[in-house]
Write a protein that binds this ligand. Sequence first.
Ligand code: 5GP
Length: 202
Amino acid sequence: MEKGHGLLIILSGPSGAGKGTLCQELLRQMPDLRYSVSMTTRTPRPGEVEGVHYFFRPRQEFESMIAGDDLLEWAAFCDHYYGTPRFAVEQAIRAGQDVILEIEIQGALQIKKRFPQGVFTFIVPPSLDVLSERIHKRGTETEEVIQKRLATAIQELEYISEYDYVVVNDEVPVAVDKLKSILVAEKCRVKRKPFVFKGEST
Ligand code: 5GP
């Protein structure tokens, strides 16, 4: 049987919902899954590594990527730019690899227009109290930034209906199992949505 195109899995959800932890665990359990490293203009947090967690880039360079249509999607989030470098994702999907993106909602909605056959999955925390507790515990943001992120989180929850799946991240192993089940189910689909990367680079 001919090897088909890979799946594009989009994980979104409020900052502090635990997308990063789930994504890391999923990648550990599914070594063939490929993580798309995003580009951002924010500064690295302690322990974050260039090219592993993000490509940290100056604003000017990010803007020239936008101008060159080199990003599959991008968004301004809490005063910084974030975006998905386009070429690597398109190439991997075409080669039959499954790729996972961990991105916020404005970006996910852009992907939905450009690549509707993506698997759109929303991660939610069990409650807003838990969300607040998780962001505080991370200890990497100032109180002002935390408040901004919490306000953004409440707005973001309104977009769940745009997604195909929702996973509550209460216990990590349970949430990871749910994500794995989603991927297995998507692979077993009889009818995949038609394959198009609208406005694709060649
Ligand atoms: P953080 O600063 O906490 O790493 O990320 C802030 C938000 O930006 C998170 O919701 C994260 O998922 C999102 N994000 C990370 N990379 C991208 C990207 O390439 N595009 C978009 N649209 N959002 C991203």
